[in-house]
Design a protein around this ligand. Structure first.
Ligand SMILES: [Zn+2]
Length: 455
């Protein structure tokens, strides 16, 4: 037996170093790795335990979602649309988050993961907002997905009587504990020392988590400047804009993933480019929340300057990174009236190889090539939106979405088979999620503000 799985007859968008797209292609998997890629005829001699007929499929590397809050899922649809950013976070999102029991957080996470796997995402970087950390880690381990996760971490003492140094010490100790319990050493699921970001971390914590990330070969992900408030706060308190301040602290670099980065200036964009800092854009969240990404965002300039830009889904609404890809390809064409901006092939790089780079896993995931982990999404082209097939990369971004994902492999394991998760009992999960959502919302005391009566 040469391989465990051999998929034949598919169109393979490899994302390898030559960006080959192979018609009538085949991929062989042994254990958790890809052991051969080529034309079906070239791989015909391989004997595999499981031969999968891939005719009618387009294969891509599993997608990489570089910013997602996995424990927000139960409250989707509940938060009114028209709230100011501060009120949405302070009165709704954060109290609702903190009002979940550990069991509710675990179910919320599994629901988010089911939604990601079913739409072709095989790896995610959690936003650094997990509260019941060990409960959630236990729950996601069995889903089959690959992940880097972070606990809810902030240390700024808003109350002047608080023990400021104690807050920093406790935050760091919790992260060190997480990294010791869930180390990165080749595991599918590991912890990262992520920060909430904005203005919630002190300079000392920024510097200490950076050291911790470098020492453990992990990275740091943090929110920054979705709206103008962060710049305003940093200017008032440090005399500099946020990225300039982080540069002065010495915490920029390829280990760092700054998320949103909408309200930045040209100097901040240059600092990000120069330092090799990664930027994750969440276009769905940005337009949903009216951040002004298309009006103020310097994403075209950052991309031109060589910044590694990845994509995220962010909050509760939707976890389909393919929808995000369509938005990324579309929005700046319109905003700048420039059709050359962010073509489909460049956007697909953001959701695959660029994401792998954010995670420090560029040699492991993000492409279908020999030696890479067998993380693969298959797109069912026997659907009207995929026909006829003239340019699979263009159609993947512009015509298809995650609902056409037929099967998914992570580490060589088929975690989605014919539109259903294999390691998650979806029906049981949905029933549990609905019952828990009802409880969470009832306990919150927040008003249900649906526009129309629900009878
Ligand atoms: Zn976020």
């Amino acid at each position: 037996m040469d391989a465990d799985t051999l998929i034949t007859g598919a169109t393979v968008i490899t994302m390898d170093s030559q960006r080959r797209v192979i018609r009538d292609g085949a991929v062989a998997i042994a254990g958790d790795a890809i052991v051969a890629v080529g034309k079906s005829a070239e791989l015909a001699g391989i004997v595999a335990r499981d031969v999968v007929d891939g005719r009618g499929w387009v294969l891509t590397p599993g997608f990489i979602n570089c910013h997602v809050h996995i424990t927000e899922t139960l409250i989707r649809g509940f938060i009114p649309e028209a709230l100011p950013f501060d009120e949405e976070l302070g009165r709704w999102v954060i109290p609702l988050y903190k009002g979940h029991t550990p069991a509710e957080q675990a179910v919320s996470a599994r629901l988010a993961i089911a939604a990601m796997l079913r739409t072709g995402t095989t790896t995610f970087l959690e936003a650094g907002t997990m509260l019941a950390f060990d409960d959630i880690m236990g729950a996601i381990e069995g889903t089959g997905i690959r992940a880097r996760t972070g606990r809810w971490t902030e240390d700024r003492a808003w109350d002047p009587s608080a023990d400021a140094q104690g807050l920093t010490r406790d935050a760091l100790a919790a992260l060190e504990g997480d990294l010791a319990r869930y180390p990165q050493d080749g595991r599918r699921i590991a912890a990262w020392p992520n920060l909430i970001g904005h203005n919630t971390a002190t300079d000392a914590l920024w510097q200490q988590v950076t050291e911790l990330a470098k020492r453990t070969g992990t990275g740091v992900s943090a929110h920054m400047s979705p709206v103008g408030d962060d710049a305003q706060w940093y200017l008032t308190h440090t005399g500099q804009r946020p990225v300039a301040h982080l540069d002065q602290l010495g915490v920029l670099g390829p280990h760092l993933n700054l998320v949103h980065m909408v309200h930045i200036d040209a100097q901040e964009a240059a600092l990000v480019a120069h330092s090799g800092t990664n930027v994750t854009h969440c276009p769905g969240a940005a337009i949903r929340c009216g951040f002004g990404a298309t009006r103020y965002g310097l994403f075209p300039e950052m991309a031109a300057a060589g910044v590694n830009i990845a994509l995220g889904t962010d909050g509760a609404d939707n976890h389909d990174i393919m929808r995000v890809m369509t938005l990324m390809a579309a929005l700046f064409k319109d905003a700048r009236q420039d059709r050359a901006l962010f073509p489909a092939h460049q956007v697909l790089e953001m959701a695959t190889v660029n994401g792998a780079k954010v995670l420090g896993l560029a040699d492991t995931i993000g492409s279908i090539a020999v030696g890479m982990k067998a993380d693969i999404a298959t797109h069912d082209t026997r659907r009207p939106e995929w026909q006829p097939i003239n340019n699979p990369v263009d159609q993947l971004v512009w015509s298809a979405d995650g609902r056409g994902v037929h099967s998914v492999w992570v580490d060589g394991v088929r975690v989605v088979d014919t539109y259903r998760c294999t390691m998650i009992d979806e029906d049981a999960l949905y029933a549990e999620a609905q019952a828990m959502a009802d409880d969470v919302l009832a306990r919150s005391g927040l008003p249900a503000l649906a526009q129309w009566p629900i009878v």
